[in-house]
Design a binder for this molecule. Structure first.
Ligand SMILES: [Zn+2]
Length: 285
């Protein structure tokens, strides 16, 4: 999970840009009427966000009984995402806000879409509210689907609000068997409150990050096997360990909760692995 600076776009401006080219007079008039409600929804969202309480925001079928939810969904899909849509430049701005184009939710795959933190099907007034739009990869976006959080611990992490990047909570361990594998797990951070610790666990599980990281870690081992063998021939398990420690330090300094920090840590901490266990990892054909 990575942090992204909050977008400096104003919700009302984004909404008004998106609806600026509506031709149908009746629709345009109705869209205009609810402009103030979009602003209110944005304010409520920000207020709830401060307490990690997005789950208390009520879902609805439309906005003010004036615009229904399918019309609102189209404000996003047709007037913001569409290549020639008036809101497209704002969409691009949000997409491009993820550092190096990496999805902040998994910290691994590339960004290809915007994820509605509170789903657009249930929260029509938030369809184009910038703070509800998170650059994401399509797998993370799909994993979240249209699930509405119904409890504080069942809210995934929010890259604009949750800075969980300083303390380590992602760990891994080497399964000392043949074929070898590295598995991942999360651990509570003492200085985080219970809700945040629960949300980290939920995020990890909900987005199935364990499976993603296992395949990355296992393939990393097969990539460095040749080198590990050379080190082992010359200096035994200590030489292998020293090399892994250096790699781990570098990755930890870059990102303490990346899968490779956890993976290198697990490798260097396993005597079995350092003493030749690394050869038990097989690349999948
Ligand atoms: Zn992702």
């Amino acid at each position: 999970m990575k942090v992204i600076a909050k977008p400096d776009l104003v919700a009302k401006d984004v909404y008004e840009t998106c609806i600026s080219k509506v031709r149908n007079k009746d629709l345009k008039e109705r869209f205009r009427k609810i402009s103030g409600s979009i602003e209110v929804a944005d304010q409520e969202y920000q207020k709830k966000a401060e307490e990690q309480q997005w789950f208390l925001i009520e879902s609805s079928d439309g906005v003010d009984g004036i615009v229904d939810k399918s019309e609102m969904e189209k404000v996003y899909t047709q007037r913001m995402v569409g290549k020639k849509a008036p809101g497209r430049v704002l969409y691009d701005q949000l997409i491009n806000s993820a550092p190096n184009g990496i999805c902040p939710l998994c910290g691994q795959r590339t960004v290809s879409t915007l994820d509605h933190f509170l789903p657009k099907a249930d929260f029509p007034s938030l369809v184009v509210v910038p703070l509800n739009l998170i650059p994401a990869c399509s797998d993370c976006n799909k994993a979240k689907l249209d699930k509405v959080p119904d409890h504080e611990s069942k809210q995934t992490l929010h890259p604009y609000y949750d800075d969980v990047t300083r303390e380590q909570w992602l760990f891994a361990e080497v399964k000392e068997e043949s074929p070898g594998t590295i598995s991942f797990y999360t651990s509570d951070v003492d200085t985080y409150d219970d809700v945040l610790n629960e949300r980290i666990k939920f995020h990890f599980r909900e987005l199935d990050l364990g499976s993603l990281y296992v395949s990355n870690a296992n393939s990393t081992v097969t990539e460095i096997q040749f080198r590990l063998n050379r080190l082992h021939e010359k200096g035994g398990k200590n030489a292998v360990k020293a090399y892994l420690e250096e790699e781990e330090e570098s990755r930890r300094n870059n990102h303490v909760n990346s899968w490779n920090t956890a993976a290198y840590q697990a490798m260097m901490n396993s005597d079995w692995f350092c003493d030749g266990g690394f050869n038990e990892f097989k690349s999948n054909p």
